[in-house]
Design a protein around this ligand. Structure first.
Ligand SMILES: *Cc1c(COP(=O)(O)O)cnc(C)c1O
Length: 349
């Protein structure tokens, strides 16, 4: 979902952006007007996320999936090795891609229990010579998130934050790189945001394609080539919404915690539905649940879809159900879902 106020602003400005006579979609990315938009987007992101000086913000394309290659190509440059924690499909894909470029060490994995928890990390298993340490902070498909950020000492911590960015404050200074496909919580598909500590830029492997080199984009203010201009504009509106209507990420977190608690509390007390994730690893954004019967799961998804609840089917690899309650999902949406689940429980338990 996107906030309704964002869509309304975009609609109102669709044909003529603030009196300039053009749609944002029609502008040259090098025009003065557009420069104002991309600069405002970066300034808002820095303000909302409290990004320290010494970090670059890059507006790229290719999705989080391209970062699975970009990270090793740019960072595996001293000892040609890296540590990975495998907490789900995205983490595994990141690991598999990195393994094409160097030696990757699996520090821990939660594959043994279908990724239903975040594994305890033993720092003695960390490689002190790793060029970086990679985690997926919120595991979209399985509904887990790190409640503590691993301390990797001098080894830069790299995190895929595609499904949790802007959902609560993140201490950026604990990370070397944060990256996110924008489509879950920041705006429409097509934009990938990278927040990177400046000292990690400029040492890419020789084989790195120009477009996959962070330096290319850092040196050109994300304007080496045409950036995803309209997606950046919407992202700016979403950031304005968080700043002005929500009141920042602390408030966003409080709202998200309330929304998630409503559903988790219901699941914990339900005789029919149950959450699939260990309590200490629960995500604020993605909440998978099951009935215990595949037939009932199917029936629930069908009836929920007919009642207007979309995208409740679990990921094709895990089945069951999953409620993704990203920032723009209002409290009312979760209340209605819980009421629907209660009614389903009464007729089917
Ligand atoms: C959705 C998602 C991805 C994939 O993002 P693309 O932008 O489609 O490449 C990667 N990682 C996580 C955690 C995701 O939620």
């Amino acid at each position: 979902m996107l906030p309704e106020s964002v869509l309304k602003t975009a609609a109102a400005e669709m044909l003529d952006y603030q009196g300039c006579g053009q749609s944002v979609m029609e502008m040259s990315h090098r025009s003065k007007v557009y420069e104002g938009i991309i600069n405002a987007c970066e300034a808002s992101l820095r303000e909302v996320m409290n990004i320290p000086d010494g970090y670059k913000v890059l507006f790229l394309q290719g999705g989080a999936s391209s970062q699975f290659a970009m990270v090793p190509l740019n960072l595996m440059n001293k000892n040609n090795k890296a540590d990975y924690v495998i907490t789900g499909q995205w983490a595994k894909k990141a690991y598999t891609e990195a393994a094409r470029y160097g030696k990757v060490n699996v520090v821990a994995s939660s594959a043994d229990k279908t990724f239903s928890y975040i594994p305890e990390l033993d720092s003695t298993s960390f490689d002190p010579d790793a060029d970086y340490f990679h985690i997926c902070l919120n595991n979209t498909i399985y509904g887990t998130k790190y409640h503590d950020i691993p301390n990797t000492g001098k080894v830069p911590l790299v995190a895929d934050v595609s499904s949790c960015i802007l959902s609560e404050p993140i201490d950026v200074s604990k990370f070397g790189v944060l990256y996110a496909g924008a489509q879950k919580n920041m705006g429409p598909a097509g934009l990938t945001v990278v927040i990177i500590r400046e000292d990690l830029i400029g040492n890419a492997m020789d084989i790195t394609p120009t477009m996959f080199n962070y330096k290319t984009h850092a040196d050109n203010g994300s304007m080496f080539n045409t950036p995803p201009t309209y997606a950046i504009y919407i992202c700016k509106l979403v950031l304005d919404w968080i700043k002005n209507e929500i009141g920042g990420l602390e408030n966003m977190k409080t709202i998200n915690e309330k929304k998630a608690a409503l559903l988790y509390d219901f699941l914990d007390g339900s005789h029919l539905f149950k959450g699939t994730v260990e309590k200490g690893s629960r995500s604020l954004m993605n909440i998978p649940f099951i009935t215990g019967s595949e037939d009932l799961d199917k029936k629930f998804v069908a009836e929920a879809t007919a009642a207007g609840f979309v995208n409740l089917k679990g990921h094709r690899t895990v089945g069951g159900m999953r409620a993704s309650i990203y920032n723009a999902m209002p409290m009312e949406g979760v209340e209605k879902l819980v009421a629907f689940m209660k009614a389903f429980e009464e007729t089917n338990a």
